[in-house]
Design a protein around this ligand. Structure first.
Ligand SMILES: [Zn+2]
Length: 439
């Protein structure tokens, strides 16, 4: 087998193969073509030196909102891929049967990042979610569209991997748990999994869990009181343990209101790790508190979760949740996706949705990707000019999130010889303009 691309010198962590070693990964024809030391080189093989970095199977963020432009909460998927080395975003309910074709044609198809979707049971998905307008799409039962959902799921089998529903005081209001029953009916009819969102009661955490089937996902699983999975005494609610035993998956879905350090500490102290760690990135949390997948993973690293388990929760397990067994692994023949990350030492300030701060000594940072066998560079590894590096570090030190990304892009342009140094801040500005989502 000849390899078109070889990543060499990196520490490869692939929990699907119980692998954690410095070795090489080869790619050809859009797939993983080899793994091991001293892969055979051809004259045309592209060698990417990734010494000092960690290579993982392509990171999968199981809870995102990437219907940019079609919903006010959407973020641009390729922007998001570069921000967090996420090769696959799973959009959870941004679109419903009424507006999914636009998502498929205008966002999923042209994006470089892979995108899969849980289709919302509500006709127009999450349509009323911004700083100024908040309408729970599950509040109005007239919008429930089980027939449309089953039809559209059948029309888009390559994109739609499940059904999404949001229930809770904010999302379903007076309708309580009723939308979940409708969604479950549709998921059964379509033969696909369900992801359920919970917020404040009603319904209770236990009420929602009782409805979920093996393989279904409960998102916002480590949310703060009220409706947390842990009791005030720090024990795990019995219904949570029973649901895990049954095969229900517990997903983080950080977002702006759904992850608390206090809950996570209680759960981890009881040996209950999340099945999947996801960001719930959307327009109102991409500049904090969630930021992105690598920041959410970093929080778990600082809470003491094992690095290999963290990587499993963003590769192998979410791949299983969406039933895409060619993703989330670097086995030969799997999809040619990999992510390049690094563990940075230093002093890092993390915050949860309750405003609690955590002083961390570690950070997982994003540095590049391979998608469909093609190398996609981002970040510091490409920053070879002093001016770019200094400006980027300055932006990070000041906590200018959008600016730090823009500075990174500018530094790359300088490093690639596409721009002169004096143009640095002009490039930063240019990168900021179309990208500013909130601030
Ligand atoms: Zn969400």
């Amino acid at each position: 087998m000849s390899h078109e691309l070889i990543l060499t010198g990196g520490r490869v962590i692939d929990p699907s193969q119980s692998l954690d070693a410095v070795t090489e990964v080869g790619f050809a024809k859009g797939k993983v073509s080899g793994i091991g030391t001293n892969l055979k080189r051809d004259p045309q093989t592209k060698i990417q030196d990734v010494k000092g970095f960690i290579v993982t199977p392509g990171l999968i963020d199981l809870h995102t909102h990437v219907y940019w432009g079609g919903t006010s909460l959407g973020v641009d998927p390729d922007f998001y891929a570069r921000k967090s080395s996420v090769t696959t975003s799973v959009d959870t309910g941004s679109a419903g049967p009424g507006n999914f074709p636009g998502f498929a044609k205008h966002v999923i198809a042209p994006s470089r990042q892979r995108i899969y979707a849980y289709l919302h049971i509500s006709h127009a998905g999450i349509y009323g979610f911004s700083r100024d307008v908040h309408v729970g799409e599950s509040e109005d039962m007239r919008l429930m569209d089980p027939r449309g959902a089953v039809k559209v799921a059948a029309e888009y089998p390559d994109e739609i991997i499940g059904i999404k529903v949001r229930v809770g005081r904010h999302a379903s209001g007076d309708q309580g748990i009723a939308p979940l029953d409708v969604a479950l009916d549709a998921a059964n009819e379509a033969g696909i999994p369900l992801m359920a969102h919970i917020d404040e009661p009603p319904p209770t955490y236990e009420d929602v869990l009782a409805k979920l089937r093996p393989g279904d996902v409960l998102t916002h699983a480590f949310r703060p009181f009220p409706n947390a999975p842990a009791t005030a005494q720090g024990t795990i609610k019995p219904a949570v343990l029973a649901a895990r035993k049954r095969g229900v998956l517990f997903d983080i879905g950080h977002g702006m209101g759904s992850f608390a350090f206090k809950t996570a500490r209680a759960m981890l102290a009881n040996g209950f790790e999340p099945d999947t760690i996801s960001s719930d990135v959307h327009a109102l949390c991409i500049d904090g508190p969630a930021h992105d997948l690598v920041t959410t993973l970093s929080k778990f690293l600082c809470l003491g979760m094992d690095l290999n388990a963290i990587i499993r929760s963003a590769t192998e397990t979410p791949a299983r949740a969406i039933r895409r067994h060619d993703l989330g692994t670097l086995k030969v023949g799997a999809a040619g996706d990999a992510s390049l990350i690094r563990i940075d030492d230093g002093d890092f300030d993390y915050v949860d949705v309750t405003g609690e701060h955590l002083a961390g000594k570690k950070r997982i940072s994003a540095h590049g990707m391979v998608i469909r066998g093609e190398w996609w560079a981002i970040g510091l590894s490409q920053m070879q000019t002093d001016a770019g590096r200094k400006a980027y570090e300055l932006a990070v030190a000041h906590g200018w999130n959008a600016h730090s990304y823009a500075a990174k892009m500018a530094a790359q342009a300088l490093a690639a010889g596409e721009a002169e140094e004096h143009a640095f801040w002009e490039i930063v500005e240019a990168n900021l303009k179309p990208r500013v989502i909130s601030n």
